[in-house]
Design a binder for this molecule. Structure first.
Ligand SMILES: [Zn+2]
Length: 147
């Protein structure tokens, strides 16, 4: 009599929340993949650029900061600079397109800055809280010396 309800409530939080999260992050990955496939290649979108180096680091006040990332993109790669928030339970994205163009157009060929995540994270079952992650970017758009 007592075990029944306790078992149900113990099973509830992990089950549906976990499967929703998987579906959601798959949706997000699909949408980013489609957007990437639709983007121009760097050779066309950013003529004269040899490679773009995008270093990302993260600061989070409320949880462990995710590992830093470095992306190096060459002319045949898609000029697509949107990165998902590294917290797997967050729906936020960082759009660095403008920052990359700033680096391309700047005489130093670099752009630095930081941007807060605008996404929401799954907190207690059924509730969300704003993500407190801050992305710090360091972008270099190296000129194409080979051409
Ligand atoms: Zn986030």
């Amino acid at each position: 009599m007592i075990l029944g309800p306790r078992l149900r409530s113990a099973k509830h939080p992990a089950g549906p929340a976990a499967s929703n999260r998987v579906v959601r992050s798959q949706d997000r990955a699909d949408h980013l993949r489609r957007a990437r496939a639709a983007a121009q290649v760097i050779r066309t979108a950013l003529p004269g650029v040899g490679h773009v180096r995008i270093a990302l680091s993260f600061e989070d006040q409320s949880s462990i900061s995710p590992t830093a990332q470095v992306h190096v993109l060459y002319p045949p790669a898609r000029a697509f600079f949107t990165y998902p928030c590294p917290h797997s339970d967050c729906d936020g994205e960082f759009e660095l397109d403008r920052a990359v163009r700033m680096a391309v157009n700047d005489s130093t060929r670099t752009a630095h800055g930081s941007v807060p995540c605008s996404g929401a994270r799954v907190g207690e079952p059924g509730s969300k809280r704003p993500c407190e992650l801050r992305l710090i970017y360091d972008i270099t758009a190296a000129p194409d010396n080979g051409a």
